[in-house]
Design a protein around this ligand. Structure first.
Ligand code: BGC
Length: 804
C-alpha cells in the first residue's frame, strides 16, 4: 500500500518530503493524504514547537536520574507520561531517548544519557521507547552513533574498532530498534572511522539491513552538509527545514543518474510508514488508547532515582522530622532541575529543596543560608516583580525590529530568560526586551546579560551595561544553550520601579542571523564577602539540629555544546561542605548534578544523597526521601570517581580531529576494574533504607551457544523496613583467548521486599552477554563465572557455567 502511494508522487514531490517543512515539522503531501509530523525535544519532558514559558511542559528527571532506577518498567511509565505530553502538544515524535554512553564523566550531555553500561542503557531505552510508542507517538533514539562528548561535536572523528562499536556503542541502539521497536532513529553530528554519521555505512548496515529499522533516519539538526553522499548512505530525512542541501540539488542528482530514484522511493516509503504509525497518514485516526495522566509522576520519579551513597545512620529522619534544620547552598533555593541544551523544557513551576522542606515540616525551624555562590550568569527576574510596559500585565515586551527600526514582530513574555529555537524572524536585525522592574531590596546589585553578540542594557534610559560577547559555536551549540554573560553594578531601591531595556544586535553574532537566538537578563548573585558567607552558613549549621547542604553544578556547567573542564564542584562549595560538616556532625549533603562530581569531603559528612537533575518536583521528592516517605531507590548507573587522575577515560578532546576510543570495550566500571583503581562509589552502588542478604545463586551447569542463561538468587530484606533492591549479575572469564573485561554486567532485576521477607529472584542473562563480536557474534566455549550481588564491587555469590 505504501509503495502505491509512493508511485503516485513525482520526483519533485518525493524529494520535497525528505527535508523538513519547518524547524520542527515535516512537509505534508495532500496528494497522498500525508499530514505534517511535528517533532520535539526533550527527552525529559516534551517542549513542543516553541521554547516558551507561556506553553510550559512537565520537567521530569533527566536521563541519568531515570537510569538510576535500573527499572525497565519504570522507564516504560516514564515514556508513557511523555506520550501524554506529546499528544497534548500535537507532537508526533519525541527526539529521544539519548542513548549515547557515559564514556567520560566530562561529557557535556552526560546528564542526558542513561549510563556507562551498554546493557543498562539499552534495557532502559527499550522501556522508554515502548512507553512512548504504545500511545501512538514515535520515539527517536539518538545520536547514532558514538556521540559521547561535545568537544568539536560537528567534526570529531571517533575511531573505534568494530568490536568496540558492536559490543558497546551500537548495542543500546540495537536493543532500542530490535527489542524496543523504535520507529525512527536520529543520526549524529560526529564522524565514525572517517565518515560523518549522516553519510556513514552504519546507517544501512546494521541499522536497517540487520536490525530492521523500518522508519526514517532523521538527521541531527543541521548535520547534513552533502547531497549525494548522505542520500546514498541511508540518511532519510534532513532536519531542520525548509532549506537544506537536498531539495533541487537532489532532484538534479537523480535526473543525472547519480542517485537512483529507488533510493528516493525508499526514503519516502519510510516517512510514510512513520506517518502511518503516528496517525499522520490517511484518515485521521483516533488513538486506541489514552496515555495515563502524569499526576504525581514527577515527584515519584525524582525520588525513585535518588541514590543514597553514604549513610552513617542519619537517614531517614523520623516522620516528625528534626526540630531545626539549617538548609544551606544556592541550589537549595535555585533548584537545578535539568541540564542545558536542546533537552531543556520550560516547566510551569519548580519546587526547590528549601520550599519542599518548609512545606513538609511547617513546625520546624528552618534557616536558609546560601553559603557559596555559583556565579553563573544572570538569574531570571521574578515575573511578579515585572510589568510589561505595553500591556501593563506581569512580564516583558519582546520586539524584533528591522534595520529601519520597524517592528517585524512582538511578543508578550513572562520570563527574562528567552530562547527562540528556530522560531525567531530571520529578517529582524534587532531584538529589544523591555520591562518595568520593581526591586525587592535596596542596595548595590549586578545587572547581567547572557547572549552571544552585542547587547546594551538600559536602566531608565541610561546605559548600565554594554556587552560584546563571543562564542564560536553560536548557532546550535554552547553559544545558544550556555551563552557567555557579563554584568555591571547598579543601585536599586526597594519598591522603586525602573524601566529595564535590553537592545541586542542580531547581526553581531558569530554565524550571523538565524531564527535561533537566546537572550537572558536579570540580576547576578554575587557574594560581597565569600568567607563571611561560608562562616554564616557554618554558624547556622552549628545552632541547628541537622544541616542539609545542597551542592551541585548548573545547566551552564553541564550543557549540550560544551564538555566540562573539571569534575570539581564549581565555586567554593567544597569549602562550604567542610565548614558545615565541621560545625554539625549531622550534615546531609544533597548533590544536585547530572553527572559525577568530586566529593573530597565525603568521609566527613553523615549522609550523601545524589539527587541528579531531578526535574520540577525536586523539593517535594527530597522531603519525601529525607523523611522516609519514599526510599531513595536508585543505584549508580555510572561510576563516581574519587579523583580526576583515577578516571580511566577522561579526555574528550580530539587530537588532530580524531577522538580515539583506544580503551576499546573497557568503558565505565570495566575500565576501572582493568586499571585496578577504587572509585569513590562503584557502578551499581546505592544503599536505600534497609539491608539485604544474598543467598543460593543457582546457575545451570552448561549453556548452549546462543541460548540465554537463567540465573536465580534468593534475597532477604534483613532490615526493619520494606525496601527495594537491584539484583545485579556480572560475568567473568577465568580463562579466555579474548581481551575481555575483568567482569561485565550481564543481567539485573528490581525487587521489592517487606522487612524480613525472602524473595527468589530470576535474572535472565541474555545470550548476548556470553557472546563477543569477531566479524559476527561468536561464543567462546569454556567456563564463565557468574557473580551476583548489589553492585559491581559487592558480589558475594559466585557460580560457574560451562559454555558449549
Ligand atoms: C541536538 C539534538 C536535538 C536537536 C534539535 C541538536 O543540536 O544534538 O539532540 O534533538 O538539536 O533540537
Amino acid at each position: 500500500m505504501l509503495d502505491a502511494l509512493v508511485a503516485e508522487l513525482d520526483l519533485e514531490q518525493k524529494v520535497r518530503l525528505l527535508t523538513g517543512g519547518t524547524f520542527w515539522g515535516t512537509h505534508a503531501e495532500p496528494a497522498v493524504g500525508l499530514r505534517s509530523m511535528l517533532m520535539s525535544d526533550g527527552p525529559s519532558g516534551v517542549r513542543g514547537e516553541h521554547w516558551d514559558e507561556r506553553d510550559p511542559s512537565l520537567n521530569l528527571p533527566s536521563a541519568s536520574a531515570m537510569a538510576a532506577t535500573w527499572d525497565v518498567a519504570f522507564a516504560e511509565r516514564y515514556g508513557a507520561v511523555l506520550a501524554a505530553q506529546a499528544r497534548a502538544k500535537g507532537v508526533h515524535a519525541v527526539l529521544g531517548p539519548t542513548i549515547n554512553l557515559h564514556r567520560s564523566p566530562l561529557g557535556g550531555r552526560h546528564f542526558e544519557c542513561f549510563s556507562e553500561d551498554p546493557l543498562l542503557s539499552g534495557a532502559l531505552a527499550v522501556g522508554f521507547v515502548r512507553g512512548v510508542q504504545r500511545y501512538g507517538v514515535a520515539a527517536v533514539p539518538k545520536h547514532f552513533v558514538a556521540n559521547e562528548s561535545e568537544t568539536d561535536r560537528y567534526t570529531a572523528d571517533v575511531r573505534a574498532d568494530e568490536r568496540t562499536l558492536r559490543e558497546v556503542y551500537l548495542a543500546p541502539f540495537e536493543m532500542a530498534v530490535r527489542d524496543g521497536g523504535a520507529w525512527a532513529v536520529m543520526s549524529a553530528y560526529n564522524s565514525v572511522n572517517g565518515a560523518t554519521m549522516s553519510e556513514n555505512d552504519l546507517l544501512r548496515d546494521p541499522l536497517s539491513a540487520e536490525w530492521g529499522l523500518a522508519g526514517p533516519v532523521v538527521s541531527d539538526w543541521t548535520a547534513v552538509h552533502s547531497t549525494e553522499a548522505s542520500a546514498l548512505a541511508g540518511q532519510d530525512l534532513v532536519m531542520p527545514g525548509p532549506d537544506g542541501p537536498w531539495g533541487a540539488a537532489l532532484v538534479e542528482a537523480v535526473r543525472a543518474g547519480r542517485v537512483p530514484e529507488a533510493v528516493i522511493d525508499e526514503k519516502v516509503r519510510r516517512i510514510l510508514w512513520l506517518a502511518a504509525k503516528v496517525g499522520a497518514l490517511g484518515e485521521e485516526i483516533v488513538a486506541p488508547t489514552t496515555p495515563p495522566p502524569d499526576d504525581g509522576f514527577a515527584r515519584e520519579a525524582a525520588a525513585a532515582g535518588m541514590v543514597l551513597v553514604r549513610n552513617q545512620g542519619e537517614l531517614p529522619w523520623p516522620s516528625a522530622g528534626p526540630r531545626s534544620i539549617a538548609v544551606i547552598g544556592q541550589a537549595a533555593e535555585v533548584a537545578r532541575t535539568q541540564g542545558g541544551g536542546s533537552a531543556r523544557v520550560v516547566p510551569l513551576a519548580v519546587v526547590p529543596p528549601l520550599h519542599g522542606l518548609r512545606e513538609a515540616l511547617p513546625e520546624a525551624e528552618i534557616r536558609y543560608e546560601g553559603g557559596a555562590v555559583i556565579t553563573d550568569g544572570p538569574l531570571p527576574l521574578p515575573p511578579h516583580a515585572l510589568t510589561n510596559p505595553v500591556t501593563g500585565e506581569p512580564g516583558v515586551r519582546a520586539r524584533f525590529l528591522d534595520t529601519d527600526g520597524n517592528e517585524v514582530s512582538a511578543e508578550d513574555r513572562i520570563s527574562t530568560d528567552l530562547l527562540w529555537f528556530g522560531g525567531g524572524p530571520a529578517e529582524a536585525t534587532t531584538l529589544e526586551l523591555s520591562t518595568r522592574y520593581r526591586p525587592e531590596t535596596t542596595g548595590r546589585t549586578h545587572i547581567g546579560v547572557a547572549s552571544v553578540g552585542r547587547s546594551t542594557v538600559f536602566v531608565d534610559d541610561a546605559v548600565a551595561l554594554e556587552a560584546d560577547l563571543t562564542d564560536p559555536d553560536a548557532i546550535l551549540g554552547a553559544g545558544l544553550f550556555a551563552p557567555p554573560s557579563t554584568s555591571a553594578p547598579v543601585h536599586l531601591t526597594a519598591d522603586r520601579p525602573v524601566l529595564l531595556r535590553v537592545v541586542h544586535d542580531l547581526t553581531s553574532r558569530a554565524g550571523g542571523r538565524t531564527s535561533s537566538v537566546s537572550l537572558s537578563f536579570g540580576l547576578e548573585v554575587r557574594a560581597d564577602d565569600e568567607d563571611a558567607e561560608i562562616a554564616r552558613a557554618a554558624e547556622a549549621a552549628r545552632t541547628a539540629e541537622v544541616a542539609v547542604v545542597v551542592v551541585g553544578t548548573t545547566a551552564r556547567v553541564e550543557s549540550e555544546g560544551v564538555d566540562r573542564t573539571s569534575l570539581a564542584l564549581p565555586g567554593r562549595q567544597d569549602e562550604l561542605v567542610r565548614a558545615v560538616a565541621a560545625a554539625n556532625p549531622r550534615t546531609v549533603v544533597v548533590v544536585n548534578a547530572g553527572a559525577p562530581v568530586l566529593m573530597p569531603w565525603r568521609d566527613e559528612v553523615a549522609a550523601i544523597l545524589l539527587a541528579w537533575f531531578p526535574g520540577q518536583d525536586f523539593g517535594h521528592a527530597l522531603a519525601d526521601v529525607l523523611l522516609g516517605v519514599a526510599e531513595p531507590g536508585g543505584r549508580l548507573p555510572t561510576t563516581w570517581p574519587a579523583a580526576e587522575a583515577d578516571v580511566p577515560v577522561l579526555s574528550t578532546r580530539p587530537v588532530d580531529g580524531a577522538l580515539d576510543y583506544a580503551e576499546g570495550v573497557h568503558v565505565g566500571h570495566r575500565g576501572w576494574l582493568r586499571a585496578g583503581r577504587e572509585p569513590a562509589y562503584p557502578f551499581g552502588h546505592g544503599l536505600g533504607y534497609t539491608t539485604w542478604r544474598f543467598d543460593d545463586l543457582v546457575v545451570p551447569e552448561s549453556v548452549d551457544a546462543g541460548a540465554a542463561l537463567p540465573v536465580t538468587v534468593r534475597v532477604t530484606n534483613t532490615g526493619a523496613r520494606p525496601g527495594r533492591q537491584v539484583v545485579q549479575v556480572y560475568l567473568s572469564r577465568p580463562e579466555t583467548e579474548i581481551d575481555r573485561p575483568v567482569r561485565w554486567l550481564a543481567g539485573f532485576a528490581v525487587v521489592g521486599a517487606e522487612a524480613g521477607e525472602t524473595i527468589e529472584v530470576n535474572v535472565e542473562v541474555g545470550a548476548r552477554a556470553l557472546a563477543h563480536w569477531d566479524g559476527a557474534w561468536r561464543y567462546e566455549p569454556g567456563a564463565f563465572l557468574v557473580h551476583a550481588g548489589a553492585s559491581s564491587a559487592d558480589l558475594p555469590l559466585t557460580g560457574k557455567v560451562e559454555a558449549k
